[in-house]
Design a protein around this ligand. Structure first.
Ligand code: GDP
Length: 678
């Protein structure tokens, strides 16, 4: 009976990837992860066993002949490797006469008729025997010694062809330059550095079938929470690390972006996990989910959930229903992997993750990291102080702070990248979800995201990064002016807005009212805004039709409001954005030194009792002796009962080292300070 790929790899004690490579070596290219036919299993098992010990040379046919002819029959799930166009083809020439062997049957005529110049594309054992003027059995024996079991008509990987050429003393030469040039041209489109990327996985299925429970279980058990901080930033996707490989899960079942991806022509997920409650079977939303995944042309792996409470009969019914929807389980002769799991108890999850990793390895997901980054917007929101932000996942390229981009109707320049641990990072590789700030306006889930140049944004008619986004992203260390144009529907509302704005104060930014007027926003307002770098605030007004076209061209930002205080609040937010936080030192505790220890290798440690307040790790201290200040520094290590602690409260004894002071004496008075926002 045929076995599943991951079962076979487990049995052989090799990784799925190694197994897939081994199968490739034997001329098999897997198209599905479901099953490996008997014949290939035998071949692989024998080959794997043979790899370690070198077989004694035998004249008789190697045992594999028993299974000959064993060229893999084309099957649904596994197909012989097709010849693929190679970028570098090589030819083999006879270099020197080979030492004759007893069994050798030279075929001089054939050799003459076929000058030994062949391309090293995958070729059969018979082909290479012919070219090398060897008997098929001899080539098979050589291969066996190399750890490769191959039959007469079996395709050999070019790696093995090259090795045989070496062993038979054939010369390997590169192909004629003309053809090489053609191939180079074909290669140009693909030029660049390609690297493997993690698959993005979406969980789909009917309501209440356990999608959220599954995602929660994986997040809790598999996300590297031990890594500092764990997940602190909601990104709508999270990375899962497994021994076999890493994955990215969209953390909302049937994510909106996934739903929209077809409409926008973007591939958000690479693999879909269809959760079907085994006790409930295929339901309307299951059918809908299957349709969407099929339209998206992504592989579906079925997780038959709730097996802890489903009866065997219910499980069979669910499988039958799946088969009716073109997802025939492998044990029924189909090619759909259907794994029994319990999301609640965690049963079968390891195997599920293994299968997803294997599926992704078969898909050989690669990213070209040399081209400008591009991907899609997963989610977006407006964050106070940061303006519009979005989670972006790139499929190609490295995304960097400072990159100019377009995303749907929005444009911008990346002012910050924040990862799932809430940490600011400078760049991010493909498939890793990241929070991007610097958008001109709020993009939509499923929007294409593309890095471009500043010139393209300026020239190409796409809007320049919004003034708001720029202001929001500034660090606030510099004094800057915010220029505004206000257009209101009548004179009294214009007065009200102007008055409201005049009340706003900011210590680090000034507000400049370039112009206030009554009436819809006109072409001349746009031109004025473009010339002065102002943002136009509209109150109860529209943009005149001609002016609307110009907005885009000039890259002017218009903000419309119907409520005055909302308009004022918005400007206030701009003024406050990036405001440097002033820190002050606040005394938080006092202690008296009771003992002084000189510990070799560590330094001089003060043993003290906290008299008031508290002492904190990394706190700043001032040391007093009587009325004299004798030193200051910061606490390097704070311990209580010989254990490192974050803080020690009134009445407790503690020990600490101070960076910058070690002339301790008993009865020294120590004041502890903490930096707090003013
Ligand atoms: P969703 O709507 O598909 O996201 O489904 P939920 O994850 O919210 O699960 C619906 C209900 O099924 C909840 O009460 C879960 O506790 C329960 N549930 C989920 N997985 C399992 C499971 O493996 N076994 C059992 N017995 N209950 C489960």
């Amino acid at each position: 009976m045929a076995v599943r790929v991951y079962e076979l790899s487990k049995k052989l004690g090799i990784s799925n990837k190694e197994l897939v490579d081994l199968l490739k070596e034997h001329g098999y290219t897997l198209t599905s992860i479901a099953v490996v036919p008997d014949e290939a299993v035998k071949l692989i098992e024998t080959s794997h066993e043979k790899k370690a010990p070198v077989q004694p040379e035998k004249r008789e046919n190697p045992p594999v002949r028993a299974s000959e002819p064993s060229q893999p029959e084309p099957q649904k799930v596994i197909a012989p490797k097709k010849e693929e166009p190679k970028t570098l083809q090589i030819a083999i020439k006879h270099a020197a006469p080979r030492p004759a062997t007893k069994s050798q049957q030279p075929q001089p005529q054939e050799a003459e008729a076929h000058p030994a110049e062949i391309s090293i594309v995958p070729m059969t054992v018979a082909d290479i025997a012919h070219k090398a003027r060897k008997q098929v059995s001899e080539v098979m024996l050589t291969l066996l010694k190399m750890g490769v079991v191959a039959t007469k008509n079996q395709m050999l990987a070019e790696k093995n062809v090259a090795e045989l050429a070496r062993q038979y003393g054939l010369t390997v030469v590169t192909k004629a330059p003309v053809q090489a040039k053609e191939e180079k041209t074909a290669q140009v489109q693909e030029a660049g550095q390609w690297e493997s990327r993690m698959p993005v996985v979406v969980v789909i299925g009917h309501v209440d079938h356990g999608k959220t429970t599954l995602l929660d279980f994986i997040r809790k058990t598999r996300v590297a929470a031990k890594e500092k901080g764990g997940i602190t930033q909601h990104l709508g996707a999270y990375e899962v690390k497994t021994e076999k490989g890493n994955l990215v899960f969209l953390d909302t079942p049937g994510h909106e972006a996934f739903t929209l991806m077809r409409a926008r022509g973007i591939k958000v997920a690479d693999i879909a996990i269809l959760v079907v409650a085994a006790d409930d079977g295929v339901m309307p939303q299951t059918v809908d989910a299957i349709k969407r995944a099929k339209l998206a042309e992504i592989p579906i792996i079925v997780a038959l959930n709730k097996i802890d409470k489903a009866t065997p009969a219910q499980i069979e019914t669910a499988k039958r229903q799946l088969a009716q929807h073109d997802l025939t389980p492998e044990e029924w002769g189909g090619d759909t992997v259907c794994l029994p799991i319990s999301a609640k108890l965690g049963t079968g999850i390891d195997e599920l993750l293994d299968v997803i990793v294997l599926q992704s390895q078969l898909m050989d997901l690669k990213a070209n990291i040399s081209i400008p980054a591009r991907g899609f917007v997963l989610e977006s929101t407006v964050e106070k102080g940061r303006g519009p932000v979005a989670t972006v996942i790139c499929q190609h390229g490295i995304l960097k702070v400072g990159d100019y981009f377009t995303a749907g109707n929005a444009t911008g320049r990346i002012s910050s990248l924040v990862n799932s641990a809430g940490k600011r990072i400078q760049e991010v590789p493909p498939s890793v979800p990241v929070l991007v700030a610097g958008f001109s306006e709020l993009p939509h889930a499923g929007d294409a995201f593309e890095v471009t140049t500043q010139q393209a944004i300026r020239k190409g008619g796409v809007k320049a990064p919004s003034k708001t986004a720029e202001i929001m992203s500034k660090t606030g260390t510099e004094e800057s002016e915010i220029a505004l144009i206000v257009k209101a529907d009548n004179a009294s509302s214009r007065e009200a807005v102007a008055h409201g704005l005049s009340q706003l104060k900011s210590s680090h930014r000034t507000l400049s009212l370039v112009y206030t007027g009554v009436g819809d926003i006109s072409e001349s307002d746009i031109i004025l805004a473009a010339d002065t770098g102002a943002i136009i605030y509209g109150f109860h007004v529209k943009v005149q039709p001609h002016a609307a076209d110009l907005v885009h061209k000039k890259g002017v930002e218009i903000k419309s409001f119907d409520i005055i205080y909302k308009l004022i609040e918005d400007v206030e937010q701009l003024l406050e954005a990036g405001k440097p936080v002033k820190m002050v030192s606040k005394k938080i505790g006092e202690a008296i030194v009771l003992k002084v220890f000189d510990i070799k290798g560590l330094g001089i440690i003060a043993g003290a009792q906290v008299k008031t307040g508290r002492f904190i790790r990394d706190g700043k201290v001032i040391i007093w002796r009587g009325k004299h200040k004798v030193g200051e520094g910061s606490i390097k290590g704070l311990q209580r009962d010989r254990k490192p602690v974050k803080e020690v409260h009134t009445g407790f004894e503690c020990a600490f080292l101070v960076d910058g002071f070690d002339a301790w004496e008993v009865d020294d008075r120590v004041e502890c300070f903490q930096e707090v926002p003013a």
